[in-house]
Design a binder for this molecule. Sequence first.
Ligand code: ADE
Ligand code: ZN
Length: 338
Amino acid sequence: MTNGALTDEALLALPKAELHLHIEGTLEPELAFELAARNGIELPYASVDELAAQYDFDDLQSFLDLYYATMAVLRTRDDFAELTRRYLRRAHAQGVRHAELFFDPQAHTARGVAFNDVVDGIGDALDEAERELGMTGALILCFLRDQPVASAEEALTAGLARRDRIVAVGLDSAEVGYPPSLFEAVYARARASGLHAVAHAGEEGPPAYVYEALDLLGAERIDHGIRSIEDPELVARLAREGIPLTVCPLSNVRLQATPDLRDHPLLRLDDAGVRVTVNSDDPAYFGGYAGQNFAAVRDALGLTEDQARRFARTSIEASFASRERKDALLAEVEGWQP
Ligand code: ADE
Ligand code: ZN
């Protein structure tokens, strides 16, 4: 037990699972330029600095516009492998031992990239990280909620042939106006095929979307879920049913969902008994990877050793790793000495 504030080093060393990470959101400006050159694609920015200067967002949509435009540099299996390799190395240096990676297949197949090149490229890097760094991971196929349901059905059909890599389905992209109810049938098919289910809800959208994600989609975890704080009955239900929230503090600040981190509901949700975890969402765009999100919470809200350890433990328990892997990682968390 330490008396002073947790140090950056301690928070980076805390063993943790990353449960809310869009692999396309780890595309750092330097790599975007490298891949653009390799693939003969012209980015509409003169330099890395000019691209990085665009990372000033008003809301989710203003981010998504840049996110989808920039990921156009990702074309080949090797591109996806390189993207994932760089992410996993950074994440490992910040204590991540298990990573469940969201990917947006519709955003790639719509550009003519083969579904299997995306899955295999990410998979190559996951295998390498397991061999070289002892990390584990898996993929979560996200449906773009602002695209037609028929397109989500196609993505699911492709995904069901890749259950060797894909453990769950998720729902992302522009939230308001695209309620979870639209995807009830797609999720039913995914779950009937044995996939786990998670969904973004309550990032910009209302608490009603969190209820829909639970009741209509069968979501086992809620991604973000921060607007649940507006509905005490929902908070009580999340706590009672043990539904984990994958919270992304720096993302919420950058996308103005919680413009001031000091107002963030993370610790209020924890106090109410909700199982919260700390994640990085799109770290190349939002200013920090997993450990840096913990440090930001410490700076803005205060974070005790008990809280940090609890969030790490929850991230492992709430993951889709095997029982054996979870037990090994939980032992690492207990051995953490800040
Ligand atoms: N896609 C990538 N990041 C996202 C976020 N924070 N919310 C919804 N969709 C996303
Ligand atoms: Zn997200």
